[in-house]
Design a protein around this ligand. Structure first.
Ligand SMILES: C[S@@+](CC[C@H](N)C(=O)[O-])C[C@H]1O[C@@H](n2cnc3c(N)ncnc32)[C@H](O)[C@@H]1O
Length: 313
């Protein structure tokens, strides 16, 4: 892929629609059943610098408008991944996936996984256990959906394990392409020392979205993020030869997305590789990359430089 062809308004002929403004304005121009995948982390309504704190029921009403539109623009084979944490009110936590679930289910969407994204860093709570996971609700629009399991398999714990009896005795018992990554994902979150860190307080790690993009869409499909932030969903989609569309209301985050895309085009964008093990300071084992890595992240896309990434240890 050469230069990324961008537009700041809806245009089905470009690679990336990077809209500055309220997502509701962008959605008006997107046709029905246009995108294969919606991936987002909505504003959490917990007082981040970019959001106005609203009452939970108002928040849910606002979310419902966007969710209904996302369902409208989704192809029948498509998926929606809504990544959320907790709404916190006076020390009480309300898991947003629980309160949001019905906004999808009542439209006939089917929950395929409630993925636990576990990470190592965050605030140290004083009056409850420190929160170290968030959730990705993965819904499909129908029973006939795209799920490319072989593109996202991870190394087997014991890759050489063989059947020791029965008709397959001596043959490998696990899938040589690797195992299903399960619904618990151990992926570092983007904190101060992460090589992808920008000024955004809660950007996605690219590798979290890469797994969703590879599994739930095909090349040339459209991937939509209604709350684009600093463009991580678009980067993960473009990296794997999908097309991206998203909206961001804050000027400074919109500008960072443009800068990140430019860095990618020039081969300067630093991304933590999807296949890197999470650093374990107690481990004495040397990490040996799996042999079948070619099917893990087989991107031929030279725009994104993965060789120069720093160390997130
Ligand atoms: C949780 S952050 C998403 C961060 C993103 N996942 C990333 O990797 O950078 C939510 C973003 O939605 C933006 N936002 C909030 N309301 C919006 C709206 N109505 N239209 C477009 N963007 C909005 C906020 O400014 C914020 O950057």
């Amino acid at each position: 892929m050469g230069k990324i062809n961008c537009s700041d308004k809806f245009d089905p002929t470009v690679d990336f629609v990077n809209f500055k403004g309220d997502v509701k304005s962008l959605l008006k121009n997107i046709p029905d059943q246009f995108v294969q995948l919606v991936v987002t982390s909505p504003p959490y309504n917990i007082g981040k610098s970019y959001e106005k704190r609203t009452d939970l029921s108002d928040y849910l009403k606002q979310q419902e408008v966007i969710i209904n539109e996302c369902i409208r623009i989704l192809k029948p084979s498509g998926s929606i991944c809504w990544q959320v944490g907790n709404y916190i009110d006076n020390g009480e936590i309300i898991p947003l996936d629980i309160v949001l679930f019905n906004l999808f289910a009542k439209n006939g969407l089917k929950l395929r996984n409630r993925i636990i994204w576990h990470f190592g860093h965050g605030l140290h709570a004083k009056k409850r256990f420190s929160g170290r996971y968030e959730v990705v609700l993965w819904f499909t629009k129908s029973d006939d959906y795209i799920f490319n399991l072989d593109t996202i398999r991870v190394p087997q714990k014991y890759p050489n394990k063989k059947y020791f009896k029965g008709p397959n005795k001596g043959e490998l018992s696990g899938n040589p392409l690797g195992k299903n990554p399960s619904d618990v994902w151990e992926i570092p979150n983007v904190k101060a020392n992460h090589i992808e860190k920008t000024i955004h307080p809660c950007q996605f790690p690219v590798e979290l979205i890469e797994r969703l993009v590879l599994a739930l869409s095909n090349e040339n499909d459209w991937v939509f993020d209604p709350f684009l932030g600093v463009g991580t969903t678009a980067i993960a989609a473009l990296l794997h030869n999908r097309k991206a569309i998203g909206a961001e209301i804050q000027d400074e985050y919109y500008a960072i997305t443009k800068e990140r895309i430019k860095s990618a085009e020039e081969g300067r964008l630093r991304i933590r590789p999807m296949d890197r093990e999470v650093y374990d300071p107690d481990s004495t084992d040397e990490y040996i990359p799996p042999k079948y890595i070619e099917i893990g992240v087989p991107s031929q896309n030279k725009l994104f430089d993965r060789k120069n990434e720093g160390d997130n240890k």
